[in-house]
Design a binder for this molecule. Structure first.
Ligand SMILES: *Cc1c(COP(=O)(O)O)cnc(C)c1O
Length: 395
């Protein structure tokens, strides 16, 4: 076998998910089975003791699921991955494997909406306290540290404000304090940003987004940097049971084959759409890490190889103008989610971040008039023409 670890990311996308089974299959098939037979009692007992080759039961491991876990871990340069039924299941698994009662966590204040509820309600009930902090400012992170802080969770660029956090600086702070840093890398995918290079301990993906890329699967992944942590996360996953299934694993592994070319196109189109928006007279402000006007433009350039396909912007006409635009677009799809082949457009304050406390929304800069676009792989001119005619409808 070629040494796949040493190949480029686009080659790893194509070849990283094959687990040869002796049949000559070019892709790992769907092992649609809940359980696996043992050769004899000693073989079965050995597998339960963590020895020998083979599978036990699909919640614990399955070749199709393993092929996907290996593929994503390879792309992130991590030790190994644990597939989950959704991105939220992956975030829950990562946090639950780090936090215990009495601990304190620090989380980026601009963050995927339901993460706020997960921390404040779920973990709050278990006596874990959380501080939502502007992690773009390392001094604010330092000031929020407590003796019992064991986790710092970062989204960069953050959903939906596109605020960028310096991963290496926060990782150093976390580690000098004995805390772990988890990074939600959903927005960038491993094609553009690999948080382990900057000190992350765990990388989480909603594979529902760029990794699968076709808006037909909900799935998540926790990729872990070292073996010991991985074994712990795996054990927790076996107990929680929020695993991905073989069929969805197959679909995501199929999506990954085109991840690099999709992201490359979305990266180029994203930049052009951001420039179009920034020059449009009806737009007040564009938040996109590829624009020099982005406050952390240099930080993003240092830790990621491109700005990606997500853009947030504010219209001069605020919420009402946004409504007109969203109701007028014809090609862009009015839907939440992101990272798929189709361009999606939505209003975070009314949709993805509606469940967030209004005070925290305000603190994080998620204004009522904010519009978020996930640029797809359609012809760029068609996307811009559609937005243009939508802008024309705003009075
Ligand atoms: C969508 C998303 C999630 C949650 O993923 P699901 O697959 O919907 O559970 C988490 N983080 C980010 C940044 C996301 O965009």
């Amino acid at each position: 076998m070629h040494d796949i670890e040493k190949k480029s990311k686009s080659t790893q996308c194509v070849h990283g998910s094959l687990i040869p089974d002796g049949s000559g299959a070019v892709v790992t098939p769907i092992y649609q089975t809940s359980t696996f037979s043992f050769k004899d009692v000693d073989h079965g007992a050995g597998l339960f003791a963590g020895k020998g080759e083979g599978y036990i039961y699909t919640r614990i491991g399955n070749p199709t699921i393993r092929s996907l876990e290996k593929a994503v871990a390879l792309l992130e340069d991590g030790y190994d991955g644990v597939g989950c039924g959704s991105g939220m299941a992956a975030l829950h698994l990562a946090f639950a494997s780090i936090l215990k009662a009495g601990d304190h966590a620090i989380c980026s204040e601009s963050v995927y909406g339901p993460v706020v509820g997960l921390f404040t309600q779920q973990f709050g009930n278990w006596n874990v306290d959380v501080s939502f902090v502007d992690t773009t400012d390392v001094e604010k992170v330092r000031a929020a540290l407590r003796p019992e802080t064991t986790l710092i969770h970062i989204e960069t660029p953050a959903n939906p404000t596109m605020a960028v956090t310096d991963l290496a600086v926060v990782a150093e702070l976390a580690h000098s304090h004995g805390a772990k840093m988890t990074v939600d890398n959903t927005f960038m995918s491993p094609i553009l940003q690999r948080p382990f290079e900057h000190g992350a301990d765990m990388v989480i993906h909603s594979m529902t987004k760029f990794i699968n890329g076709h808006a037909d699967v909900v799935a998540g992944m926790v990729v872990v940097k070292d073996e010991e942590d991985y074994k712990h996360v795996r054990k927790m996953s076996n107990a929680y049971g929020g695993t991905i299934d073989p069929f969805n694993s197959f679909l995501v592994a199929r999506g990954i084959k085109t991840l690099a070319i999709r992201v490359e196109k979305q990266n180029v189109s994203g930049m052009k759409v951001a420039e179009f928006l920034e020059s449009h007279p009806k737009v007040a402000k564009v938040m996109y890490p590829g624009l020099k006007s982005h406050p952390q433009y240099e930080t993003h350039k240092k830790q990621a190889s491109g700005p990606g396909g997500l853009i947030s912007f504010e219209l001069k006409g605020g919420l009402d103008a946004g409504k007109v635009l969203l109701n007028s677009v014809e090609l862009c799809v009015l839907a939440v989610s992101l990272g798929g082949v189709e361009t999606l457009i939505q209003q975070p304050a009314a949709m993805t971040h509606a469940s967030m406390d209004p005070a925290l929304r305000k603190q994080a800069g998620i204004t009522d008039g904010l519009v978020r676009i996930s640029v797809g792989i359609e012809e760029l001119d068609d996307i811009i023409a559609d937005l243009s005619q939508g802008f024309d409808k705003i009075g």
